[in-house]
Every structure is written in C-alpha cells, then in structure tokens.
Design a protein around this ligand. Sequence first.
Ligand SMILES: [Ca+2]
Ligand SMILES: [Ca+2]
Ligand SMILES: [Ca+2]
Length: 257
Amino acid sequence: MRCQAVVFLMVMFMCCMISKATPYADSVVNFSQGFGAEPNYNDPSVVLGAPPAEDSYEGYTWPISITSAPYKETDVVSLGNGGSITIAFDHQVMNNPLDVEYGTDLLVFGNSFFACDYENEGRIAGAFFEPAKIEVSQDGVLFYEIADTYADALYPYTASAGNFFHATPADVPYMNRLPGEVEADFLGGCGGAQVDISNAIGLSEPLDWIMYVRVTDIADDSGIADVAGFADVVPEPATIFAMLAGAVFLRRRKAEI
Ligand SMILES: [Ca+2]
Ligand SMILES: [Ca+2]
Ligand SMILES: [Ca+2]
C-alpha cells in the first residue's frame, strides 16, 4: 500500500508539472490596435511567455520593479484607444478557491508604475495607470468581463518576487510608503492585475476554468493601455502536496473501510 501511495503521488505530481509546462500565455488569438497607439509598439507576440524581468539602456541594466516598468517595444504592446488583444493558454487555468492564492487565478502584466518623490525619501507619491477591461472565456467565443479588476493598473509588477505566477494580497497600501515596504507586503506575489475567475459578470455559477483572456483599452478615457504578459497562478508546491496527501489519505481510509 505504501508503495502504491508513493507511485500515486509521483504520477499526480508529474501530471501537475506536465499540465502546466508553462504558466504563461501560449498564443495570440486576436489583436486589434486602436487609434493613438504608441508608434512601433505594435507586436502582439511580446505578450507571450514570461513578462520582462529587466530592462536596459546604453549598457545599463536594471530589474523591473513597481517603480520601474518595462518600456521597450520588445517589452509591451500598446493597445491604442479601444484596442484589444486576446490570448490563449495551452491548458485550462483553474478557478482557485479563496484559500489558495487569495482566490486569484491569473495575472495580467502591463507597464503601470508608482512614481516616487525624491524630496520625501523616495516615498511613493502617485501612480500611472492606463486601465483596460479584462474578460475571460472557456471557448474563445463567449467572454465574461471581470468586475473591478483592470489591466495596466493595480498592481504594477516586480521581478523582485523571483516569479511571475504567484498572487499578491488585496489592498496593499502604497501612497507615501517606500517602494521596498510595498513590495515586501506583496508577500512573495509579483503584482500585476489579480484576476479571480469567480468575479466574472453575468454568470449564475462561477466558471471552473478558462483558457482565453481578452484585454480591451477603455476608449473614452485619456490612457492608452499596454500589455506585457499573462500568467496562470499556480498553487504553491506545498498546496499541491497537501492536496496529494489528502487524496492518498482518502484512498487509504477507503481501503481500510
Ligand atoms: Ca478564483
Ligand atoms: Ca484608453
Ligand atoms: Ca501603460
């Protein structure tokens, strides 16, 4: 029985790993750039794979942080006013319950950032957001808007977390705080827009999973949203092991009964 349990654990673990070989967007399904887009920021494929972790200029390199957003045309695509991009993952992005990753299921990265006041110890004095609507879909046809969560706004993302697929707690305060204090309060999350599939509007029952995400710039505001990437929020390895241990326990209990 012990041997069977170990094999079961290994198979389940391999399935988890294989099924999420990459947590990032796999393909661009549609791209429609609106007017007023930044010239040359028109390559939608930049959103595939992990978002940029660093930037450079004239030989200097620095990490992306909540106060230093990606800026190159190879980093982000500009949607233009009313423009949109639709991407697909190569696997189902599952709807995590509230006790896993705060209920967050996927992240959308842009180039929003916090501005610092260097006459006040470098504390955060403002935020540059260009909000865009986020919608999710299972089939790429029927899309559902996510309530109260916008791309290219909260949160700016950071490479300091060392990952681009863990969620950030809600409502981290930032005004008048030091950037390092704010990133510490991300608690290992990397920022980005925190999308909970359960917040999709117009459904009587929440979706269990999605495969497509559409981001659309808000046409009648002054901002022009940019997108740097998408990531499936994966459960902590500890959570996977807890789930597997629970499954093995149930199998053993069943075998004993
Ligand atoms: Ca969720
Ligand atoms: Ca706009
Ligand atoms: Ca932007």
